[in-house]
Design a protein around this ligand. Structure first.
Ligand code: ADE
Length: 339
């Protein structure tokens, strides 16, 4: 294994120059942003990074969880305006707890995977109304809350409470796998989820889990991307195990090696279903139609046929039943409306 301390050092140096300033990373910036440039020789960016590194500063777990839920299946660019609008509308968890679910679902339009909106709303109710606004601070207790998996639990512990724990998603796995053992995240031997967390915890820098977790995400988003990594820009290419593998095989970069591989067989063998024929597409259109207004089943079925080409009424009814079971819509004999 590489010199981990050197890896940390190089990556933190890179992150100071190249890392992303994002609103959900804000710590103390909110109150001081207005006069920062006049009062201090440091730029806003420097001040932001100074606060990111300051482990004694905390974030509101509510802000962390809203961002992480939004980011689970949606790109940063699309999340950014929605996150800011959300925080303007429901700045505190108690504000969200008082909202109607239908209002939250209407707000969620454009982000997809509507269950996340309902989970956030349920979570707000649970924390504000049952827990008196107090967040649990252990992984196991957080896992009991609506919509919280290990990834989100660890993000809350690390980003909001400064705990020494690694956050692991697909992007993080890819980066760690490449840099540390030269493989793609999907390659053998596969780690179980639990093994991934143990592995990622082992390479955390002392006392700096929070900025490290953010840094690894940035490396995965900006440099060590899935299909076209920008190895020439990588701050740790001299140490990267995947780059060493490429060197041995005579490629100038790991990127060149990746691009030389034949496309995965599954992509070519299986005919692709058009997105417009998937359940996900039709679910989204049902939710969008109901965001405009409640309607009758008959009218909704008509819209789905005429505007979106759904032809199978049994499929339509099954979609409605599932959405109702997930608490996203309410069904009566006649009327369909948001949850
Ligand atoms: N993707 C998931 N969580 C993220 C975060 N906190 N910052 C940037 N991208 C992310």
């Amino acid at each position: 294994m590489q010199n981990i301390a050197q890896l940390h050092h190089r990556l933190f140096n890179w992150w100071h120059d190249a890392g992303r300033v994002l609103p959900w990373r804000e710590k103390e910036m909110g109150s001081t942003a207005g006069n920062a440039t006049l009062a201090s020789p440091l730029s806003l960016r420097d001040r932001a990074f100074q606060s990111y590194m300051a482990m004694e500063l905390r974030r509101d777990p509510y802000r962390v969880v809203v961002a992480e839920m939004m980011l689970q299946q949606t790109q940063v660019d699309r999340v950014l305006p929605k996150y800011l609008d959300w925080m303007a509308k429901w700045p505190q968890i108690g504000d969200l707890a008082k909202a109607e679910l239908s209002e939250v679902l209407i707000f969620w339009q454009g982000l997809g995977y509507n269950r996340r909106a309902r989970f956030l709303w349920l979570l707000a109710k649970e924390i504000s109304q049952k827990n008196n606004g107090i967040w649990p601070q252990t992984e196991e207790e957080l896992l009991e809350l609506p919509g919280i998996g290990r990834y989100t639990a660890r993000a809350i512990l690390s980003f909001a409470f400064g705990q020494h724990t690694a956050v692991v998603d697909t992007n993080v796995k890819r980066v760690l796998r490449r840099v540390i053992d030269g493989k793609e995240a999907a390659e053998q031997p596969t780690y179980s989820e639990r093994e991934w967390f143990v592995f990622a915890d082992q390479i955390l820098p002392p006392e700096q889990a929070d900025p490290w977790n953010q840094l690894v995400m940035d490396l995965g988003a900006l440099v060590c991307t899935a299909r076209g990594p920008q190895c020439e820009k990588c701050p740790v290419k001299e140490q990267c195990a995947a780059q060493q593998k490429a060197d041995q095989l005579g490629f100038s970069t790991y990127r060149e090696f990746l691009l030389s591989l034949p496309k995965a067989a599954k992509n070519s063998a299986k005919p692709k279903t058009r997105f417009e024929d998937t359940d996900r597409f039709f679910r989204g259109r049902i939710m969008d139609t109901l965001r405009q207004a409640a309607t009758t089943r008959q009218q909704l079925w008509q819209v789905m046929q005429d505007e979106y080409g759904l032809a199978d009424q049994v499929r339509f009814e099954t979609l409605l039943t599932k959405l109702a079971a997930e608490g996203l819509i309410q069904l009566s004999e006649e009327i369909v409306q948001l949850g």
